[in-house]
Design a protein. Structure first.
Ligand code: GLY
Length: 362
C-alpha cells in the first residue's frame, strides 16, 4: 500500500510517493542509461546508501554515491564545492540526476547543487526524516547557510520526484523523529483542524511510529504543502503561512545555539508563542491555545520558557527576531491564528505586546 500526492506546477509538477519498500528513481528510468549521483550523509548512507544504489542500478542507471558529514554544518559552501567536484569526477552531464538520500540538510544542499550544476540537472528527493517527508523535500526550497544566518543562499528548484519510504522512520533517533512532528502539528493549525484533532486522539500511535497511521498523516501534510506551493511557489504571499511558529523558532535556535535544539523543537515553542499572540491580537480561543500546548507536550516537544534550560532575555529574543530574513525593514512578521485551521500572515505586532507575552506566561 502506498499513497501518491501530486504537486501541480504544470510542466514542473511531480509526484510524492509515500509508502514502504518504495523504489526511488522510477521517474528517471528511460531507454538511455543515465548517470546518477546519490548524495547522503554519513549516518544515512550506512543504513540506506547501498540499497538505494542497488535500486537505481537495477533500473539501468550508472550510479555513484557520495557522502557529506551528518549535521547542519554541512549546509555550507565548502560542501557545495565538494559536490560540484564529485559531479565533475562522476561525469554528470545535462541528462544526469542527483538523488538526495537523507534529511533536510542533504535535500537542501544537494538540491542547490542540482539547481546550479550545468545550470540545473534533474533532482530526486528521497527523504528519510519526518521533517524532510512533510516539509523540506516538498516545494522546491534549496539552499545553504552563511555564517550570518541560515538559508541565506539558495534557489527555488523543484525535484522531479519525491519518494518517502516510511520504513526509514524506524531508524530515526527519537529526538529527531519528535522534532519533525512539530511541523505536522503546524499543518493542523494553519490549514486542517481535523488533522489537528486526529493527532490529539492518536498520540500513542504517533509516538509508537505506527506506519499505517503515519502514512495517512504524512500524505495529508504533503497534500496541504502541495496546495500552498501551487498557489504561491516562490513565497510572495500565502506560502508564508508555512512559517507559523518560525519567527520565534528561528530566534530560539539562534540564541540556544544551532543543534542544541533541533529545528522542530524550536518551532514547537515558537508555535505556542505565536498562539499566545494570536489570543491577544486575533481572538484565537484560549482553549485552542491550551490544546496546542497540550498536544505538543504530549508529543514530548518544548512549549515555553520552562523548557529553555537557560535564562533567555527579551532583548536577545528581540534582536534575533529582528535579524530574521523573513522580517521586512528589520520588523519581524508573524503568522497568527484566527482559529484552528485558519491563519493570517505578515502580521506586525507591537514590541510591547510581544514583550508582555514573552515575559508573562510563555
Ligand atoms: N519550509 C517552509 C517552506 O517550504 O516554505
Amino acid at each position: 500500500m502506498s499513497k501518491t500526492v501530486h504537486v501541480d506546477l504544470n510542466e514542473r509538477g511531480y509526484n510524492i510517493q509515500i509508502g514502504r519498500d518504495l523504489r526511488p528513481g522510477l521517474s528517471l528510468a528511460g531507454s538511455k542509461a543515465i548517470k546518477v549521483l546519490i548524495v547522503s550523509d554519513s549516518n544515512v548512507d550506512k543504513l540506506y546508501g547501498a540499497k538505494c544504489e542497488e535500486n537505481l542500478s537495477s533500473l539501468g542507471m550508472d550510479v555513484r554515491r557520495t557522502v557529506v558529514p551528518a549535521g547542519e554544518e554541512s549546509k555550507d559552501v565548502k560542501f557545495v564545492k565538494q559536490l560540484y567536484d564529485e559531479a565533475m569526477k562522476s561525469g554528470l552531464d545535462r541528462s544526469s540526476a542527483i538523488v538526495a538520500l537523507g534529511g533536510g540538510m542533504v535535500g537542501d544542499l544537494s538540491g542547490f547543487v542540482a539547481a546550479t550544476f550545468l545550470r540545473g540537472i534533474r533532482f530526486v528527493q528521497v527523504p528519510t526524516t519526518m521533517l524532510a517527508m512533510v516539509d523540506s523535500s516538498v516545494g522546491g526550497k534549496t539552499g545553504i547557510n552563511l555564517p550570518q544566518g541560515k538559508n541565506l543562499v539558495g534557489s527555488f528548484y523543484q525535484p522531479v520526484e519525491v519518494t518517502a519510504d516510511l520504513l526509514t522512520l524506524n531508524t530515526l533517533p527519537l529526538k529527531e523523529y519528535v522534532s519533525g512532528l512539530a511541523e505536522v502539528v503546524k499543518y493542523g493549525v494553519i490549514w486542517d483542524a481535523k488533522l489537528f484533532s486526529l493527532m490529539e486522539h492518536n498520540v500513542q500511535k504517533i509516538l509508537g511510529r505506527d506506519l499505517d497511521f503515519l502514512e495517512g498523516i504524512v500524505a495529508r501534510c504533503c497534500e496541504i504543502k502541495a496546495e500552498v506551493v501551487k498557489i504561491d511557489e516562490k513565497e510572495t504571499g500565502v506560502r508564508a503561512i508555512l512559517n507559523f511558529g518560525h519567527t520565534m523558532g528561528h530566534a530560539l535556535e539562534k540564541i540556544l545555539g544551532y543543534g542544541k535544539w533541533l529545528h522542530g523543537e524550536a518551532v514547537a515553542a515558537g508555535m505556542v508563542f505565536a498562539a499566545m499572540i494570536s489570543v491577544a491580537e486575533k481572538g484565537f480561543p484560549m482553549n485552542d491555545c491550551d490544546r496546542l500546548k497540550a498536544l505538543l507536550k504530549n508529543l514530548s516537544l518544548p512549549v515555553g520558557s520552562e523548557d529553555f534550560g537557560a535564562k533567555i532575555s527579551w532583548k536577545n529574543v528581540r534582536d534575533a527576531m529582528t535579524s530574521d530574513k523573513k522580517g521586512i525593514g528589520g520588523v519581524p512578521r508573524f503568522v497568527l491564528a484566527e482559529r484552528l485551521g485558519s491563519v493570517v500572515f505578515g502580521c506586525e505586532v507591537s514590541e510591547n505586546a510581544l514583550e508582555k507575552i514573552f515575559s508573562g506566561s510563555f
